[in-house]
Each structure stands twice: as C-alpha cells, then as structure tokens.
Design a protein around this ligand. Structure first.
Ligand SMILES: NC(=O)c1ccc[n+]([C@@H]2O[C@H](COP(=O)([O-])OP(=O)(O)OC[C@H]3O[C@@H](n4cnc5c(N)ncnc54)[C@H](O)[C@@H]3O)[C@@H](O)[C@H]2O)c1
Length: 332
C-alpha cells in the first residue's frame, strides 16, 4: 500500500489586498475629516536627483496619496544641492503650516549626512519616523510616528490574526530603519502607547553563524526577515505552522533572458510547504509600507490640527482623551 502524505500549504498573506482595505478605510476617515471642516492632509516628498528606483518609489507614494484624499507635492532637487541648502528646504517645510508630512527619499547623495537630514525633519511632520527623537520614543513605547515598513509588518500580522502574545519571534536583520523597529514592535508591552505585540524576540544579523540562525528560526512562531539576501530562509529552518514575513526585496536579472524580477529573503516554494502563513514578494510587505505612509500622514495632520487649537480647546480634547484612556485602563 502506498501512503501519500498530504502537504498542508501555508496561507499566503495578500499584502496588496490588505493594503487596499486599509486605504479604503483611510479614505472614508479622511473624507469625514474634510467634511468636518478641515483641509485635506498634505504630504511633501523631497526627491534629490533622479535615481530611477527613488523616482519610482516617490511616484508610487504620491499616487497612493491621491487615492486616499491626501494632497501631495514632490520637490525635485538637484543632486548637487549642498547639505546646508537641503537643510534650508526642510526648515521651510517645517515652518509651513500647509504641510503635514515631510518625506525625504533615501538614500541622499554621498556628500550629505543622512542622519543630520533625518533629524532636521520636525518630529511632528516626520512621517517616515526616522528623526532620532521619534526613534527614541518608539524604543520607550511612547506615542510616536513609527517607521512605515515596521508599522506595515505589525499591521499585517494583526490583520491576519496571528497570535504574538508570549510567542517566540525571530527578526533577521538589525538595520535601524527596518529590523530594529520591527523587533521593538514585536517584543514591547501591548499595554503601552505603541500597542506592541508581547512576543519574546531574538534578533539575528550578518554575524549570527548560519547554524545558529537555523536553530533560532526553528524555535520561532513568527519570523520576520529583512536582509536583502535571497534564499537565506529555507524550509528546513521553519517550525511547522510558523508565520513568515519577508521584508527583503532584491532585484535579480536573469542573464539568459535579461529580464529582471524582485525576490525576497525566503525560499518561497520550499517554505510555504512548512509554514502556516507566508508573505509573497512582491505583493506582501511592499504595498503595506506605502499605505502606512498614508496612515502616518493622516495622524500627523490630525496632531498638527490639534496643536493649532486655542489652549482651552486643547484642554477639552486632552480631558476627553484622558477619560478615554481611563476607560481603556479599566478594561485591562
Ligand atoms: N518591502 C519594503 O517595503 C521594504 C522596505 C525597506 C527595506 N526593504 C528591503 O528589506 C531588506 C533590508 O533592508 P535594510 O534597509 O534593513 O537593509 P540593510 O542592508 O541596512 O540591513 C540588512 C541587515 O541584514 C543583516 N544580514 C545580512 N546578511 C545576513 C545574513 N546572512 N544572515 C543574517 N542577517 C544578515 C545585516 O546584519 C543587516 O542588519 C532589503 O532587501 C530592502 O530592499 C523592503
């Protein structure tokens, strides 16, 4: 008698569909905000030079903005702009009351200090969440603008309904803009402002020996990988039923055909035969990143509107929020 074992394939997490759902929800909220008498949220992108990948990213972001009802402008700047001139452009945007969100498309040219530029964006308008004060607030579980890709990963896991409370998670990659904030959101206390996910988190990186990476991954109920190393995460590293989120995005060219395609860090075909949930590349985390930028712009716009209220109105809003928090705490 031949016994055939049926392979249970992982559920594919459709990031495009989830991102569309969130954009539709955002559009409804933004329409309501405008009907209540507010101006539409405004996002300004600063694009330095004409790197094709950066131009495409900014174009996609601007298109998404229009779709949800956010006004958007792209400031195209010369690749020869000096650091001082760029700082002046950002300062002008910081002081412009018609601008809610500022996005400086990275990377900036080599002669410009990226950290200095990220820190120059006003914390209130920092919709990428890269200002060091906002990063610090995230590390302290405080209310802040969270970087878009990590926020998108958190939202994907939530919407799919994967349990994280007390579970083991591995984040592969420790960059300050991607891996580190994902690990912060996965491990931190869900009762604090960031509504984080209470998992037990291990961070692996380029100096984690391959056999150790495999050992840690095997223990993980959730793996989030963000390395840009195609095929790094293989089927024999996965705990059956685990949730695998692939942030990696690498463009590879088939030398025979000359055709390019985007791949992630995960051996998708192998891993989907062991995992419980898996994101594809493309169509997983990517669309969520752009959508979270829209979410952050709307948050920034509401926060700035609140700040410009007369003091007695702010007090009323604050008291309302405190009452809301007290009610929330009673439930916890
Ligand atoms: N889908 C999206 O929206 C989105 C957004 C941002 C970044 N990305 C992609 O995510 C990936 C990571 O981006 P980044 O900005 O963090 O890159 P990065 O180069 O700054 O960081 C890569 C990280 O991977 C780790 N790493 C490298 N080789 C490794 C190995 N063999 N084993 C374990 N860890 C290893 C490094 O230690 C480092 O921390 C890239 O492919 C990038 O294109 C995708």
């Amino acid at each position: 008698m031949i016994i055939t074992k049926r392979i249970q394939m992982a559920k594919i997490i459709d990031g495009t569909q989830i991102a569309n759902d969130i954009r539709n929800e955002l559009k409804v909220k933004i329409d309501k905000w405008i009907q209540e008498g507010h101006r539409p949220p405004q996002l300004t992108a600063v694009l330095i030079g004409s790197d094709p990948a950066s131009c495409t990213y900014v174009k996609n972001k601007m298109k998404a903005a229009v779709e949800v009802g956010i006004n958007s402008i792209t400031k195209n700047l010369s690749p020869d702009i000096t650091e001082e001139e760029l700082l002046q452009v950002i300062d002008d945007l910081n002081n412009d009351d018609s601008v809610d969100g500022i996005l400086v498309q990275l990377p900036v040219p080599g002669h410009i200090n990226e950290r200095r530029i990220c820190n120059s964006v006003s914390c209130d308008k920092d919709v990428d969440g890269f200002n060091e004060k906002n990063v610090g607030r995230l590390c302290l579980d405080m209310n802040t603008l969270v970087p878009c890709t990590p926020l998108g990963v958190q939202e994907l896991i939530r919407r799919v309904g994967v349990d994280t409370f007390g579970k083991n998670a591995v984040v592969v990659g420790r960059s300050k803009n991607v891996g580190m904030p994902i690990a912060m959101l996965l491990h931190a206390d869900g009762r604090n402002d960031t509504c984080a996910m209470d998992a037990t988190v291990t961070i692996c990186h380029r100096f984690t020996p391959p056999e150790e990476l495999k050992r840690y991954c095997k223990l993980a109920d959730i793996i989030v990988t963000a390395t840009g190393v195609p095929g790094l995460i293989k089927a024999d590293m996965i705990k059956p039923g685990a949730c695998v989120i692939d942030v990696g995005l690498t463009r590879i060219v088939n030398e025979a055909t000359g055709k390019a395609k985007l791949v992630g860090d995960v051996d998708f075909e192998g891993v989907r035969q062991v995992a419980g949930h898996i994101t594809p590349v493309p169509g997983g985390v990517g669309p969520m990143t752009v959508t979270m930028l829209m979410k952050n712009t709307f948050i920034a716009s509401k926060n700035l509107a609140k700040k410009s209220l007369p003091k007695n109105e702010v007090e009323k809003v604050r008291q309302g929020t405190e009452q809301g928090n007290q009610n929330k705490n009673k439930k916890n």
